[in-house]
Design a protein around this ligand. Sequence first.
Ligand SMILES: C[C@@]1(CC(=O)O)c2cc3[nH]c(cc4nc(cc5[nH]c(cc(n2)[C@H]1CCC(=O)O)[C@@](C)(CC(=O)O)[C@@H]5CCC(=O)O)C(CC(=O)O)=C4CCC(=O)O)c(CCC(=O)O)c3CC(=O)O
Ligand SMILES: NC(=O)C1=CN([C@@H]2O[C@H](COP(=O)(O)OP(=O)(O)OC[C@H]3O[C@@H](n4cnc5c(N)ncnc54)[C@H](O)[C@@H]3O)[C@@H](O)[C@H]2O)C=CC1
Length: 218
Amino acid sequence: MSNLSSYLPLFINVEGLKVLVVGGGKVGTKRALKFAESKAIVYVVSLEFKDENELRLFDNIHLIKNDARYLPENFLSRFNIIVVATNDKELNERICETCKKLGKLCNNPTNPDSSNFIVPIYGIEKGVGIAITTFGKSSLTSKYLLDLIRSNILKENIFSLVDTMGKVKEILKLNVTEPSIRFMFYSKIFYDDKFRYYVDRGEIDLAIQRAREIIYGR
Ligand SMILES: C[C@@]1(CC(=O)O)c2cc3[nH]c(cc4nc(cc5[nH]c(cc(n2)[C@H]1CCC(=O)O)[C@@](C)(CC(=O)O)[C@@H]5CCC(=O)O)C(CC(=O)O)=C4CCC(=O)O)c(CCC(=O)O)c3CC(=O)O
Ligand SMILES: NC(=O)C1=CN([C@@H]2O[C@H](COP(=O)(O)OP(=O)(O)OC[C@H]3O[C@@H](n4cnc5c(N)ncnc54)[C@H](O)[C@@H]3O)[C@@H](O)[C@H]2O)C=CC1
C-alpha cells in the first residue's frame, strides 16, 4: 500500500467532468452509475455491458462497445477521470499507468497501489458530508463506521450547530471587515456555553441573539 500520508481527501464537484469507465461489468456499472448520478459525463468502453438497460436510463452515460486493449493515448487524454474495471488485471494496470503519465486521475478498484485516487464510502446529509475509507482493507468496516457516525453523532443538534454557525458567518462577513477579528469571534461564539445551550435546544433565534451580544458586546 502506498504511503498513506500522500492521500488528500477532497470533495470534487464532478458535474460536467468527463469520466471514462473501462469495463461494463458489475464494478464498472456501479461506478458509472455513481458518477452519472453526480452529473458527470460518463463514457463506458466495454466488450459487453452487464446491465445495459440500467446504464441507458441516463442521458449522460454513453456506451462504446470496443476492446480496451487498443485505446490510443489521444482518446484517454480527452477524459478528466478514468476508472479501470475490466476483469483483466494487467490491462487495468496498464491503462491506469498510461493515464497517470497523462496527468489524469485514475482509479483501479482492485488495486489502490495502481490508482491515484480511491472511492470512499460517503454520506451527505443536511449540509454535512462524511467520507470514510480503509484504503481497500475492508469496505464493510468503512460502511460500519459510517453507520456508527450517522446513528450516534449526526443528530439534530449537530445539524443545528452547522446551520447556526453558517448564519453567524453571514453576520460576521457582513459586519466585520477584518478577517482576524472575524476568526476570533467564530471561536468565541462556537465555544460559548449559552450559545451552545440554545443551539442544542433548537432555539436558533436566541442562539443568534447571543452571537450578536458577543459580537457587539451587549
Ligand atoms: C479500494 C476500493 C476501491 C477503490 O479504489 O475505490 C475497494 C476495493 C475492494 N472492495 C471489495 C469488496 C467489497 N466492496 C464493498 C463495498 C464498497 N467498496 C467501496 C470502495 C472500495 N472498495 C475502495 C476502498 C474502500 C475502503 O477501503 O473503505 C465502496 C465504499 C464504494 C464503491 O465501490 O463504489 C462500496 C460501498 C458500497 C455502498 O455504498 O454501500 C463491499 C461491501 C458490500 O458490498 O456491501 C465488499 C465486501 C468485502 C469488504 O468488506 O471489503 C473488493 C473485493 C475483495 C475480494 O475480491 O475479495 C475490493 C478489491 C480488492 O480488495 O481487491
Ligand atoms: N472494488 C470492488 O468493490 C470490487 C472489485 N472487484 C474486482 O473488479 C474487477 C471487475 O469485476 P466485475 O465487474 O465483477 O467483473 P465482470 O466480469 O462483471 O466485468 C468485467 C467487464 O470487463 C469487460 N472487459 C473485459 N476485457 C475487456 C477488454 N479487453 N476491453 C473492454 N472490456 C473488457 C467485460 O466485457 C465485462 O463487461 C475484477 O477484477 C474483480 O475482482 C470485484 C468485486 C468488488
